[in-house]
Write a protein that binds this ligand. Structure first.
Ligand code: GLN
Length: 531
């Protein structure tokens, strides 16, 4: 079932193989008919992650990148929709030579073609493929079929791991293996026998249950890996290694352990788990009727980036979800809540809901010199706040919310207007990495310690360069510019400990072993503000 940590398990395994001197890459297969994840609501499906080459994907690709500390490209993501689309497009261009195009074998064959392409392109020793969904359900059966066909063709180079949940019903208090037994039966009926079972549960698996699973699932007891709940996801590779999962996998493939280790990783985890002193970060967004769990999924990369940065200062990040809509009517609550946090983040977003509340929060951060980091929409709203309250542009706005504003400080580029006019919405935002040249003697330049950086985008609207000169004359600093288009990528303020807005999403490039420079400087400012 979803949410048991398939993505983290796959990412952890990749990290382990990397630590043993092999190269590994991960692929996510989503059973949805959506062609990419860009059209899915993040509150329901989790964050939309963007790759360096501009694909809008499932958040698991973010996990892969964070664990591997490497970029994962668009080719490593597929949905049922994208697979069907390419088969149909091929059929329309006569690529099947008059054959009758069928779901089987043409769909699994397309899946296999794509997986082989990933192997060729990345030249990785291991391609770890995560098949989303539940064993036995209707939606992913064609992907299992592809997996079976790959195994049939080359049994010595394909291995299967089942990640299964073992519930402990509260009234019974005993761990139940039955769902896992049935999952294995379901896989067997698809022609697949798992080589390993990763047993996810609240607590470690005990010996009697290992034996039981072994007999009923036809897997050796030592190949059943206990995966209990942990506090910090980055502990998972270390836990798997306690059961020597890496060595066992290599042995089955007839490969030699090249004997490197997880030392850096272990140090990072110890620092993270050992951090006790807190730094409090308020994330101001539009949160209606969503629980904390949903929120941490929809802003996954932002939270992880804040954690990476906080841990690098041996601080424990405490995230507070602050509701922008409340601030529209309740200035007292805004003051109490925002005074209490050490730093304020306004993350990305779309539409008009909660916008005025977010602008109020940004105004508070500016006036009270609270460290502020605006991400994409957060940057755009910071520009609006500055235009309205510092540059005297009354009613300044983004044309996303008010298309008739006198001061459209944030506006659509003409090519975007065309796309919207034609109803071309999927995959047509400004997506993926673009260069950003940094201005000397700015917060951004000091943070990055580089002149030109590449950061990932996902938006339609832009800083309106027609109003740039006026805004700059009033003190807004455009500290990052795209050299090709001249578009403003970073804005910041002088005379403020840390006030930075980025048109891109720096959170996508933060890694636990390499925290993002802007998040690091933001957290540094938040900590010194606390002192
Ligand atoms: N809604 C804004 C735009 O489309 C910002 C998008 C975002 O925050 N990702 O430009």
């Amino acid at each position: 079932m979803s949410g048991i940590g398939k993505g983290i398990s796959v990412a952890s395994l990749a990290r382990i193989l990397k630590s043993k001197g092999f190269t590994a890459t991960c692929v996510k297969i989503d059973p949805y008919l959506n062609v990419d994840a860009g059209t899915m609501n993040p509150i329901e499906h989790g964050e939309v992650f963007v790759t360096e080459d501009g694909m809008e994907t499932d958040q698991d690709l973010g996990n892969y990148e964070r664990f591997l500390d490497e970029n994962i490209l668009a080719s490593n993501y597929m949905t049922s929709g994208s697979v069907y689309l390419s088969v149909i497009e091929k059929e329309r261009s006569l690529k099947y030579d008059g054959a009758c195009v069928q779901i089987v074998p043409h769909i699994p064959e397309e899946v296999i073609r794509r997986l082989n392409l990933v192997a060729r392109k990345t030249r990785a020793d291991f391609v770890l493929v995560e098949i989303g969904g539940t064993a036995g359900e209707y939606e992913n059966i064609l992907f299992l079929e592809a997996a079976r066909m790959m195994h049939l063709k080359s049994p010595e180079s394909v291995m299967f791991l089942l990640i299964s949940y073992l519930p402990i019903p509260s009234k019974i208090g005993e761990m139940k293996t039955k769902p896992t037994q049935h999952a294995v039966r379901a896989l067997n009926s698809a022609g697949i026998q798992p080589d390993f079972i990763i047993a996810r549960s609240d607590v470690p698996l005990d010996e009697p249950r290992k034996r039981k699973l072994s007999i009923f699932c036809n897997v050796r007891p030592e190949d059943i890996i206990s995966a209990p709940d942990i506090d910090i996801i980055y502990q998972v590779p270390l836990n798997f290694e306690k059961e020597r999962l890496g060595a066992k996998i290599l042995k089955k493939f007839g490969l030699k352990d090249k004997g490197r280790d997880l030392k850096d990783w272990g140090r990072m985890v110890r620092r993270a788990t050992g951090s006790k002193k807190e730094v409090q970060i308020g994330i101001v967004g539009k949160y209606f009727g969503t629980g904390n769990f949903t929120l941490s999924d929809s802003y996954l990369s932002v939270i992880e980036a804040a954690k990476h940065a906080a841990w690098s200062f041996s601080r424990k990040p405490k995230i507070l979800w602050l509701d922008a809509e409340v601030y529209e009517k309740d200035p007292k609550r805004l003051k109490t809540e925002l005074s209490q946090v050490d730093g304020i983040i306004v993350p990305g977003g779309f539409g008009s809901r909660g916008v005025e509340g977010k602008i109020k929060a940004i105004e508070f951060a500016r006036r009270n010199k609270k460290p502020f980091l605006g991400l994409c929409y957060g940057m755009q709203l910071a520009v609006i706040e500055f235009a309205r309250h510092v540059a005297g542009m009354k009613g300044a706005h983004t044309t996303e919310v008010n298309s008739r504003t006198k001061y459209p400080v944030i506006d659509l580029m003409s090519e975007q207007k065309e796309k919207i006019f034609k109803g071309k919405m999927g995959g047509t935002m400004r997506l993926g990495a673009y260069a950003c040249r940094l201005k000397d003697k700015t917060i951004a330049r000091r943070a990055y310690q580089e002149r030109t950086v590449h950061e990932r985008h996902r938006h339609r609207y832009e800083f309106n360069n027609a109003l740039k000169e006026v805004l700059e004359s009033k003190g807004l600093v455009a500290s990052g510019i795209n050299p090709e288009s001249g578009l403003v990528e970073i804005v910041e303020l002088k005379d403020h400990p840390f006030f930075v807005g980025t048109q891109f999403h720096p959170e996508f490039k933060s890694r636990p072993l390499n925290p993002h420079p802007l998040f690091r400087e933001f957290i540094r400012a938040a900590i010194s503000k606390k002192k």
